[in-house]
Design a protein around this ligand. Structure first.
Ligand code: SAM
Ligand code: DTB
Ligand code: SF4
Length: 338
């Protein structure tokens, strides 16, 4: 049985709208067939170049256009990045994710990041970077440094996108994703919920992700972190159960991808996070900081995982997919052993 790449928005919306318990049961069933359900993948983020970004992403505290508390910082030296990566590894993370507040890096900047990627990879950690738009040559350069994942989010539906960003297009993002894929680097690609979008927009985002062939190996679902000074500060809070539904639908539509419960956990109750993990998320960011905003911190997270009888994965590899599971819009699933 094939994974599906032809999802429609109507199908995705119908999935999200299914009776809550039915949706969760189906999503959890698909999840536990494909992944070790008591294991969570742990990544740690580092902002290697902070703030002063020319883009106008309405959610982002690092845009130069908004008056936020973020202090701009130049690209960190590789040696400092490696120190942070060692600390991340010591605290249990198997993937190190480096973020830079660029619209698109110069070749020189890509060369410097490639050095850092190689050095972090040499520690035995999986590497991920997010640097903005890339040319094919730039993604090849990163691939040759051994980069495992490139994070580049679609953020929201094509229809809502223009409300959030005007300085680059949806197609620009799809082009970068294609360049990264062509270089043989795995994709980390997801979006943000809680920006005032509708359920139809959340369905539209999931369809865009699930129409990528192959599906992104890693799908971060971020809950908007509202930062004073950004245009989205003060947006009406999303019903937390919509986040759970979105994760469950992502799990059903991209059954072999690792879904990450990404930004926004600091404002979530433990019980909400437990529901998200039940619905199909199996990856989190550890540590007390994301890029520029707070994250729960390892003491809290390790205690929560213990309460859920879960552990942090100890290998840098993705949890082994034992079976491939496909779902149709009604949630009916079929399983094929690989
Ligand atoms: N500048 C690069 C880019 O935008 O492609 C890389 C860094 S950017 C901070 C990476 C991603 O972080 C964004 O695409 C967005 O999805 C997410 N993000 C940024 N600010 C956020 C916020 N306040 N809440 C949730 N997610 C956020
Ligand atoms: C992603 O999807 N979430 C991470 C990572 N990719 C780079 C970033 C979240 C950033 C949250 C806001 C901040 O801390 O600045
Ligand atoms: Fe810049 Fe990335 Fe923030 Fe957009 S999300 S303003 S591109 S750092």
């Amino acid at each position: 049985m094939q994974l599906r790449y032809d999802w429609t928005v109507a199908e995705a919306e119908a999935l999200i709208a299914r009776p809550f318990h039915e949706l969760l049961a189906e999503a959890h069933d698909v999840h536990r067939r494909g992944f070790a359900e008591q294991t969570v993948e742990a990544a740690i983020l580092l902002s290697i170049k902070t703030g002063a970004c020319p883009e106008d992403c309405a959610y982002c505290p690092q845009s130069a256009r908004y008056d936020t508390d973020v202090e701009p910082e130049r690209l960190m030296p590789t040696a400092d990045i490696v120190v942070a990566a060692r600390n991340a590894q010591a605290s249990g993370a198997t993937r190190f994710c480096m973020g830079a507040a660029w619209r698109s890096p110069t070749d020189r900047q890509v060369g410097l990041v490639a050095e850092a990627v190689q050095a972090v990879g040499d520690l035995g950690m999986e590497t991920c970077v997010t640097l903005g738009m890339l040319t094919p040559e730039q993604s090849d350069r990163l691939a040759s440094a051994g980069l495992d994942f490139y994070n580049h989010n679609l953020d929201t539906s094509p229809e809502f996108y223009g409300e959030i960003i005007t300085t680059r297009t949806y197609d620009d993002r799809l082009d970068t994703l294609a360049n990264v894929r062509a270089s043989g680097v795995k994709l980390c690609c997801g979006g943000i919920v809680g920006m005032g979008e509708s359920r139809l927009d959340r369905a539209g985002l999931l369809v865009q992700l699930a129409r990528l062939d192959p599906h992104p190996e890693s799908v971060p679902i971020n809950l908007l972190v509202q930062v004073p000074g950004t245009p989205l500060f003060g947006t009406a809070e999303l019903d937390p159960l919509e986040l759970v539904r979105t994760i469950a639908a992502a799990r059903l539509m991209m059954p072999a991808s690792v879904v990450r419960l990404s930004a926004g956990r600091s404002k979530m109750t433990d019980e909400l996070q437990a529901l998200c993990l039940h619905a199909g998320a199996s990856s989190i960011f550890l540590g007390d900081r994301l890029l520029t905003t707070p994250n729960p911190g390892n003491d809290h997270d390790l205690e929560l995982l213990e309460r859920l009888d879960m552990q942090v994965a100890t290998t840098g590899k993705q949890p082994v997919v034992r079976e491939q599971v496909v779902a149709d819009a009604a949630g009916a699933t079929a399983v094929a052993i690989r």
